[in-house]
Design a protein around this ligand. Structure first.
Ligand SMILES: [Zn+2]
Ligand SMILES: [Zn+2]
Ligand SMILES: [Zn+2]
Length: 321
């Protein structure tokens, strides 16, 4: 007997099913519960980050330090990302409706696009200022830089400590990111101390360029990952060949074709597939094969599938078949 691993007792699909099958979980996501516990902590993180970023921006101008400003741009990007995540979260958790039949999960991708654009613009503007300044250094207020960098190390370090015991992939990524922020501020702190003793003011634009290039590198990585989502690439971690081979190996399956896998937001994947079975297959054969295929699909981490079951003697409507 074949049954889906995510079958929910008590839920009935609209189709009538023979007694030997449990209700399949095809539409199980309708009953999925969402957790909103992260929302308020994102809000707090957003306001802390925003006030800190404003201090750094003003401080960067007052100390005439591009290194401080480039770290401030980075934190501004974090602010925008946090704010959009906070704002879009309530949308991306919304269930499907008549206008957005997939739900609102793709909206989180819009947040990534906007914060990447801001980081890109901010870093390019800083680079435009910093590159000429390497040759014509301007005086900076090293003592003020030291104070601001200490604040940066302290504020971001505190956030890292807060996430110390977290284990979800999202929180781990956030902790890693904050760790990079701490390192960025430590670099500026060391540079400021050196400038305090030596008056090597060219160090400030050099550090600024280094920080900006690091930001741009991360922006490019982000652009690559959300482009893959928007371009309907097979999501990372899904083994297309293995999936196809396993479905073809189900007893009674003649062939499979027109396999598509894409992802809504890099965590919720969608699949569609045609499965060809011999013309003489019984209704029970068809259902067994369908549930076996759905089991394999679930085990590959795909939440939403659409299977077209085809008899070998019927003509597939698709030209590409
Ligand atoms: Zn269904
Ligand atoms: Zn950051
Ligand atoms: Zn077909």
């Amino acid at each position: 007997m074949v049954q889906t691993s995510t079958g929910q007792p008590g839920r009935q699909d609209s189709q009538r099913q023979p007694d030997k099958h449990k209700p399949h979980a095809h539409h199980g996501h309708h009953g999925h519960t969402h957790h909103h516990h992260g929302s308020s902590s994102i809000g707090i993180a957003f306001f802390l980050n925003l006030s800190f970023t404003l201090i750094e921006l003003v401080g960067g101008v007052l100390t005439n330090s591009l290194a401080i400003l480039s770290d401030a741009v980075h934190d501004l990007g974090d602010c925008v990302a946090l704010g959009l995540t906070w704002y879009l979260e309530k949308y991306s958790q919304k269930q499907r409706d008549a206008q957005y039949t997939y739900g609102y999960r793709r909206w989180s991708v819009a947040g990534a696009v906007i914060s990447s654009l801001i980081l890109l613009l901010g870093s390019v503007l800083i680079l435009k200022e910093a590159i000429p300044r390497v040759l014509h250094p301007e005086p900076v207020l090293a003592s003020g830089m030291i104070a601001l960098a200490c604040l940066g190390v302290f504020a971001n370090g505190l956030a890292v400590l807060k996430l110390r015991d977290s284990h979800s992939p999202g929180e781990k990524a956030a902790r890693l990111h904050l760790l990079e922020d701490v390192l960025g501020w430590i670099v500026v702190l060391v540079g400021a101390v050196v400038m305090w003793f030596t008056n090597w003011t060219w160090l400030d634009p050099v550090l600024s360029i280094a920080v900006s290039l690091f930001i741009l590198r991360n922006v490019l990585i982000n652009i690559k990952s959300f482009s893959r989502i928007l371009l309907q690439a097979v999501p990372d971690g899904v083994d297309l060949d293995d999936l196809q081979r396993r479905i073809e190996a189900i007893p009674g399956v003649s062939a499979v074709h027109d396999l598509h896998i894409w992802t809504l937001d890099s965590s919720r994947h969608v699949l569609s597939l045609h499965v060809v079975i011999p013309a003489e297959s019984s209704r029970a054969d068809l259902l067994n094969i369908k549930y076996a295929a759905k089991d394999i699909i679930r085990n590959h981490g795909i939440a939403h599938d659409t299977l077209e079951m085809e008899y070998a003697d019927e003509a597939c409507q698709l030209e590409c078949c």
